[in-house]
Design a protein around this ligand. Structure first.
Ligand code: NAD
Ligand code: MG
Length: 391
């Protein structure tokens, strides 16, 4: 029996993970569930999966959860505060950590899981964007196993040789596919008037609001380029992005002999989640089967740099000193939040990201504290830029 801790259990990835685990209760036990403040949903999850621990960052929500669990006679123990996520991630009882908190807020717990040698199922791509080198070092020192949950990176892992020492010598390049989001064909003059709900209406995937906006700007793919660089040790020039509106080919690996190996499937996060849980074996996920005859055609096109200027920022940040990717991520989190709150326009997201990346001073950063300080500076810088914008 493997014991699983799901951090971010009330989110889109967290809920999909519980759906997969419900199919395999003979092999996995839910040890801990964690979230920020949605005590109502966490209560329902606790009553169904009976974890040993439940964590909420918000103190009042944790108190409500505790009271409700007691009234149901539940034995689940409630912990509160950010440090409790870290505690659960590194607990000796935890075998597998699903790191599914959104944003840089997920870094502390995912790095704790890495240091503690856990099997880390990494949905939180921001951990690698903010602190890629340090995160990969922590994984190596901890001696655990890192499996990406992002569908593109899961596809790459599934398309690479099992023997990791062959990656560098056999691979020519990797291609991350992107759906192009809801505005792939929209008239670019209309983009400035896009509303948060329009940006969150993704054509193929149902996801949290932050990543949905990132998909609409293609900043999600920018973050994924940085993620792929760290996960697979590829140079930025070896990482291409191709728009594929059907989201069936989840990504591909090109080899020196001319072969291209890809992973295909329906756009359903339960497939990469099940792969991460059962690796190196396979198990059912609940996803429906791919019927290529019904889908009929698969299209590909290069991303238009005018429509998706954010993609280039990933390559720019990767060519800058350590810390630039953390700045880009912090700017983007701040900008997306301001857009979702109606404080600025959709097209301002790129402006804030590009200006913040330009303006923040990248002093030599070597450790996690330095990166977190830079993250805070970038958030302040982005916020002052946002304050100059008229919505
Ligand atoms: P979501 O917004 O649906 O859920 C986020 C979860 O994180 C919630 O459980 C929330 O309670 C928790 N959380 C937020 N802030 C927190 C904090 N400060 N402390 C503790 N918990 C906090 O997001 P999602 O779509 O499930 O995405 C989660 C992560 O997975 C993101 O990093 C995203 O980029 C990545 N990802 C998601 C998808 C997808 O299909 N949804 C695909 C690939 C990668
Ligand atoms: Mg992805």
């Amino acid at each position: 029996m493997k014991r699983v801790a799901i951090l971010g259990s009330t989110g889109s990835i967290g809920q999909s993970t519980l759906e997969v685990l419900a199919l395999h209760s003979e092999a996995f036990e839910v040890y801990a569930l964690g979230a920020q403040r949605r005590d109502d949903l966490l209560l329902a999850q606790c009553l169904r999966f009976a974890p040993r621990l439940a964590v909420l960052s918000d103190a009042a929500a944790a108190q409500r959860l505790q009271t409700a669990l007691r009234s149901h006679g539940s034995k689940t123990e409630v912990l509160q505060g950010d440090a409790a996520h870290v505690q659960v991630a590194q607990a000796v009882e935890t075998d597998i950590v699903m790191a599914a908190i959104v944003g840089a807020a997920g870094l502390a717990s995912s790095i704790a899981a890495a240091r503690a040698g856990k099997r880390v199922l990494l949905a939180n791509k921001e951990s690698l964007v903010v602190a890629g080198e340090l995160f990969m070092q922590a994984m190596q020192q901890g001696g655990g196993l890192l499996i990406p949950i992002d569908s593109e990176h899961s596809a790459i892992l599934q398309s690479l040789p099992d023997e990791r020492s062959h990656w560098r010598s056999s691979v020519r390049d990797i291609t991350l596919t992107a759906s192009g989001g809801p505005f792939r064909q929209a008239d670019t003059s209309t983009l400035r008037d896009i509303t948060p709900d329009q940006a969150c209406a993704h054509p193929n995937w149902s996801m949290g609001r932050k990543i949905s906006v990132d998909s609409a700007t293609m900043m999600n793919k920018a973050l994924e380029v940085i993620e792929a660089h760290h996960l697979f040790g590829m140079q930025p020039a070896q990482i291409q992005v191709l728009i594929h509106p059907q989201s069936i080919v989840h990504s591909m690996v090109g080899y020196h002999d001319g072969s291209v190996v890809a992973q295909l499937g329906m756009p359903d996060m339960r497939t990469p989640i099940a792969y991460g849980l059962s690796y190196p074996q396979r198990m059912t996920s609940g996803a429906s089967w791919l019927d290529l005859a019904r889908i009929g055609r698969l299209d590909f096109e290069l991303p238009d740099p005018q429509r998706f200027p954010g993609l280039q920022l990933a390559y720019a940040a990767l060519s800058m000193p350590m810390g630039a990717c953390a700045v880009l991520n912090a700017a983007n989190e701040t900008a997306v939040e301001a857009f979702l709150q109606g404080r600025m326009r959709f097209t301002d997201i790129h402006r804030v990201n590009a200006d913040t990346l330009n303006d923040v001073n990248l002093n030599a950063v070597r450790n996690l504290d330095g990166l977190l300080e830079l993250d805070q500076q970038a958030r302040q810088q982005a916020q002052s830029r946002i304050n100059t914008l008229v919505p």
